[in-house]
Design a protein. Sequence first.
Length: 308
Amino acid sequence: MSSRLLPVPDGLDGMRVDAGLAKLLGLSRTAVAELAASGEVLLDGQPAGKSDRLVAGGLLEVTLPDPDTPVEVVAEPVEGLRILHDDDDIVVVDKPVGVAVHPSPGWTGPTVVGGLAAAGLRISTSGAAERQGVVHRLDAGTTGVMVVAKSEHAYSVLKRAFKERTVSKGYHALVQGHPDPIRGTIDAPIDRHPKHDYRFAVVAGGRPSVTHYEVIEAFRAASLVDVVLETGRTHQIRVHFSAMRHPCVGDLTYGADPALARRLGVSRQWLHARTLGFAHPADGRWVEFTSEYPADLAAALEVLRAEA
């Protein structure tokens, strides 16, 4: 078991423990409720129930299962998980919000791996048991296109392609304010936050991280940005734009304005894996796949366009 200390950010003030802690840790509300029921969640030193309210500046202490605890892949259908392409080597999916890529300690929600198993798709057996076939990841709160390897050959080829950065990863992000310049590159090292281990931050000595961006539509309160990742660090886009003081709309973990998020009806970071391109592992031909905006992100844009 491991313990985490999490200060309650202003944006979560008044939120239920299960909802707020789910946002902070990337767990499902069900998983947080189970932790609270077993006494593993303390708020300012006192056991907290799932429906208790968070107070800004309070201190949460959460005891999580040991990461080395074996995690079972549960084959279950995943609502909204769309298959964009399927052949002998790869399956490309459109991942909905609230779905993790693979099982992990404390996560009891749906997973891409479980959804593919339920659909009867065989995937590569390479990698740890719960991550077989997984060559890259998206946060549970991030939607969009991703690829999973079905053959052992595809797993090896795609893992190498991601490591060598020969994969084209395009994202769209709605960020607060107006980045200046409207086209640029963020080159800033990223590592775990020195004080809050559930977050990442730009820190000296961190891992090299490079994000290219271009504003494609500007609104009064926010900008729609096309983002191309040169590297693929955890939370990279969220961290880099937060460091520029233009956090993704709805990303309360990284300093987004909760009032703007509520006005736009966004309950998670406005971040979408829009395109994914790579050399097909079977024959090397270049293939590219595109994911349309899900309903919640599209609706937020319509609100902003109506205000223009």
